[in-house]
Design a protein around this ligand. Structure first.
Ligand code: PLP
Length: 398
């Protein structure tokens, strides 16, 4: 089994067993050996900050202080690394904490990054309002347009090409393998935010990406009960550098949050199957509906990124965006009228959510190149009975 790292050790758990590498098997077992002391089949919550040393420097299980490492967090980190087929996983207090750590680890003031022109609003804010003041230059480009990405690169300065695929909230698709080639030529790292797809639907590291970013708040956790983030590095050396910064910067996932996220991950495969199946039914309802002018979903043959999505995704996910006939006010009304789809930010939980990106999740991009259309509505399709979801949308659109 691909436990991602041994230092500072997974003890007190048993040595990893030799088991098959199917995705669902890894989700349930990677990093999660039965507890060596008690046989508990679920990794315990090590709610502890420090560890007794047997003489100065005599660490019993490799653990000394829980900012540096904690056994419950290690279990999550090893599992996420295995699911993304990476060398090293790291768990953070939030997706944005993971992004901040990564960027400060691999960039320096004066460097430059190419960012997607439809990034998640919080990611955009991190670049435009926080790292910009630190001296990190950034240029937005359409990740699905190779020529635009190439044109945005500043030779010698660009250290990262950032991509979100599918993107939030416009469901744009970028060709990960193609971007990996461009990044390699430019001497930059390709970072893929895999939050929308999850590793069940897409594994960017196997397509040439260097680092995967997650808001584990979303599909990984899957139950809207925990905020968290993760990084997975393809290369062990880069993983070590990120781990150094994780400890030095300190925005780690706490033990209970790590435990909750790991509990969610165990059912990721079956949840994603249902999210995708329900989303496809909803897309069929919306596509051609009199109150809808456009449906944004990579599974639709007319979606500009459909062919790439077919190539790199197993299915097309549970996120669906659409534009409402009648403009922004009508879009807001639709969001206000659903009864089962809860009006809320975030996504990826078992319950269906609806939101107005322009006024909610992406309000921070207003007035910028990343501003989203006012008539846009975003759905996070949950795993409820699909007929109930369809009926709710029908009445809201009426
Ligand atoms: N990336 C994407 C695609 C997101 O949707 C989000 C949050 O919505 C983040 C990153 C940031 O994650 P977090 O909210 O856990 O900090």
């Amino acid at each position: 089994m691909s436990a991602a790292h041994s230092a500072p050790g997974n003890t007190p758990q048993d040595a990893p067993r030799d088991i098959a590498h199917g995705f669902e098997t890894l989700a349930i077992h990677a990093g999660q050996e039965p507890d060596a002391l008690t046989g508990a089949v679920v990794p315990p919550i090590y709610q502890v900050s420090t560890y007794k040393q047997d003489g100065v420097g005599g660490l019993r299980g490799g653990y000394e202080y829980s900012r540096s490492a904690n056994p419950t967090r290690t279990a999550l980190e090893d599992c996420v690394a295995a699911l993304e087929a990476g060398a090293r996983g790291l768990a953070f207090a939030s997706g944005l904490a993971a992004e901040d750590c990564l960027l400060r680890a691999v960039c320096a003031p004066g460097d430059h990054v190419v960012i997607p022109n439809d990034a998640y609003g919080g990611t955009f804010r991190l670049f435009a309002k926080v790292l910009d003041r630190w001296g990190l230059g950034w240029t937005p480009a359409a990740s699905g347009d190779a020529a635009a990405v190439r044109a945005a690169i500043r030779p010698g300065k660009t250290k990262v090409i950032w991509c979100e695929t599918p993107s939030n909230p416009l469901l744009g698709v970028a060709d990960i393998a193609g971007l990996a080639d461009i990044a390699r030529e430019a001497g930059a790292l390709l970072v893929v935010d895999n939050t929308f797809a999850s590793p069940y639907l897409q594994q960017p590291l196997t397509l040439g990406a260097d680092v995967v970013v997650h808001s584990t708040t979303k599909y990984m956790g899957g139950h809207s009960d925990v905020v968290g983030g993760a990084l997975v590095a393809a290369d062990a050396g880069l993983g070590e550098k990120l781990a150094y910064h994780q400890n030095a910067m300190g925005a780690v996932a706490g033990p209970f949050d790590a435990w909750l996220t790991l509990r969610g991950i165990r059912t990721l495969g079956v949840r994603m199957d249902r999210h995708c199946a329900n989303a496809e039914r909803i897309v069929r309802l919306l596509d051609g509906h009199a109150s809808v002018t456009e449906v944004l979903y990579p599974g639709l043959p007319g979606h500009p990124g459909h062919d790439v999505a077919v190539k790199q995704m197993k299915a097309y996910g549970g996120m669906v965006s659409f534009r409402v006939a009648g403009g922004e006010q009508r879009a807001v009304e639709v969001c206000d009228r659903t009864k089962l789809f809860t009006l809320a930010e975030s996504l990826g939980g078992v319950e269906s959510l609806i939101e107005h990106p322009g006024r909610m999740t992406h309000a921070s991009a207003a007035g910028s190149a990343l501003e989203v259309p006012g008539d846009l509505v975003r759905l996070s399709v949950g795993i409820e009975t699909v007929d109930d979801l369809l009926a709710d949308l029908e009445q809201a659109l009426r």
